[in-house]
Design a protein around this ligand. Structure first.
Ligand code: ARG
Length: 475
């Protein structure tokens, strides 16, 4: 049986239907339309059109009168969209056609002159670039707020002792403040990656037209400057066909999401009953419908969970681009949904993590108890043997291992072994050794640059405020 294609009778697309006698099949209209998601670009689309129209007037390509009408029309459209009155149409495919068609409705033929010297190909490249740039600025400012929350809490917990882990096994005592500051550094690098990406992407594709440039005497420097770009892009083919700035943004966002996810994972672990290192308040936990005692850290779990879709967006963009011959291909319309979703997700995650960092309450007694267990000061004993007795580190490590074995066999901590018991393993040990066998002494001694000593953390807090928080928001 022949398959029947549902075809519109005789109304070709009003924006490009000159050589068409029939309208598109319903399914064609459906797969082609991006207005359902690219309406998000309306403000950037209108800003780009305003800059383009001003330039066309300045170049004598449009009359001042047309320029004024276009400006008024675009302002009205913006107001209609923002008040929810604008009627978006799938037939008009995307945000660019929707705005242009409405402009012609409002101001007549002058609306049709706006598209002189440009194409939807440079237009969409511009809109996505402006949108990504705005998103980077917002995200960077949000990451700064997260850093501020972490630094404030690090100051509060500068000398709170907790176990430091490797392999998730107790390794050495550290301070909670030091642990929180580790994330401040990570988010600082995430911010700098976003700034790098912003700097590289800040060139204007507008005026590249469909792919080859335009015969109209446009001034690309004029529009570039008006839209806050450093320069127009040098090659028209590159301008309409690359989305590397989206890929770069998504790469930076993915890495940032990975950092957020590691912190989220730690929050999940720390709040679990076997750990009890921290508690989140009612504001950041949910209950269980069946187990009345439960307080679940859902926001941390969701931050960990959303990382997958942010990384997925990065992979989607790379895959979409990798086989595309120059220049534009409609495949590129597929850049938007992953980009928008990843941006929404990461903003939500950063805000939720900032909330949780401000909300969490540490349990120093519990942290200290766990930090003191499991021979966490064994390295301090070995270091003491090196420093005070002059043993080679390898030999000191060996002797300490034997002492840990002895203590473990008795079921006691290292400082509960008598001096005689210690000397039986390493005769040069004196009673002074007991001074280094507390978690307080252990952290206080780690004053090497970047180390965990409370005095270091107090300094690092000040330093981090200067390095990350002193500039303008978002700089
Ligand atoms: N909606 C399109 C996109 O998102 C706009 C550009 C369309 N250009 C074209 N020649 N069909 O990519």
């Amino acid at each position: 049986m022949a398959r029947k294609i549902t075809r519109k009778k005789a109304n070709p697309n009003t924006m490009w239907g000159g050589r068409y006698s029939l309208g598109p099949a319903e399914i064609m209209e459906k797969i082609n339309a991006s207005i359902g998601f690219d309406r998000k670009l309306y403000a950037q689309d209108i800003a780009g059109s305003l800059a383009h129209a001003d330039m066309l007037v300045a170049q004598g390509i449009l009359t001042a009168k047309d320029g004024r009408a276009i400006r008024q029309g675009l302002a009205q459209i913006k107001a209609e969209i923002e008040s929810g009155k604008f009627k978006f149409s799938t037939k008009l495919e995307d945000i660019h056609f929707n705005v242009e068609a409405r402009l012609t409705d409002i101001i007549g033929p002058a609306g049709g002159r706006l598209h002189t010297g440009r194409s939807r190909n440079d237009q969409v490249a511009l809109d996505v670039r402006l949108w990504t740039r705005d998103t980077i600025d917002r995200l960077e400012a949000m990451l700064r707020d997260l850093q501020e929350a972490l630094i404030d809490r690090a100051e509060e917990y500068a000398s709170t002792i907790m176990p430091g882990f490797t392999h998730l096994q107790t390794a050495q005592p550290i301070t909670f403040g030091h642990h929180l500051l580790a994330y401040v550094e990570m988010f600082g690098r995430d911010r700098s990656r976003l700034r790098d990406c912003r700097e590289r992407m800040n060139e204007s594709p507008l005026g590249a037209a469909a792919l080859a440039g335009t015969p109209h005497p446009i001034d690309r420097k004029h529009t570039a400057k008006a839209l806050g770009f450093d320069a127009p892009m040098a090659n028209s083919l590159d301008a309409v066909s690359d989305r590397d700035y989206v890929v770069e943004f998504l790469a930076a966002a993915s890495l940032c999401a990975v950092h957020l996810s590691r912190l989220a994972e730690e929050i999940v672990i720390w709040c679990s009953a076997p750990f009890r290192f921290i508690a989140l308040s009612d504001a950041f936990t949910t209950g269980s419908s069946i187990m009345p005692q439960k307080r679940n850290p859902d926001a941390a779990e969701l931050t960990r969970g959303k990382t997958g879709r942010i990384m997925g967006a990065f992979v989607a963009l790379c895959t979409m681009l990798k086989g595309l011959p120059l220049t534009y291909g409609k495949d590129m319309q597929e850049d938007k949904e992953p980009l928008f979703d990843a941006a929404d997700s990461i903003e939500l995650c950063v805000a939720a993590m900032t909330g949780m960092v401000r909300d969490l309450e540490a349990n120093p007694a519990r942290m200290r108890a766990v930090a003191s267990a499991d021979y966490s000061v064994a390295t301090d004993l070995a270091d003491w043997l090196v420093r005070e007795v002059g043993l080679p580190f390898r030999q000191a490590h060996h002797a300490t291992g034997a002492l840990v074995g002895k203590a473990a066999a008795k079921g006691v901590d290292l400082d509960k072994l008598s001096l005689e018991e210690m000397q039986a393993v390493e005769p040069s040990i004196t009673k002074d050794v007991y001074k280094v066998l507390t978690v307080e002494a252990s952290v206080a001694a780690r004053k090497s640059y970047g180390g965990t000593a409370p005095s270091n953390v107090a300094r690092a807090v000040k330093d981090a405020r200067k390095r990350f928080l002193s500039g303008q928001r978002g700089t």
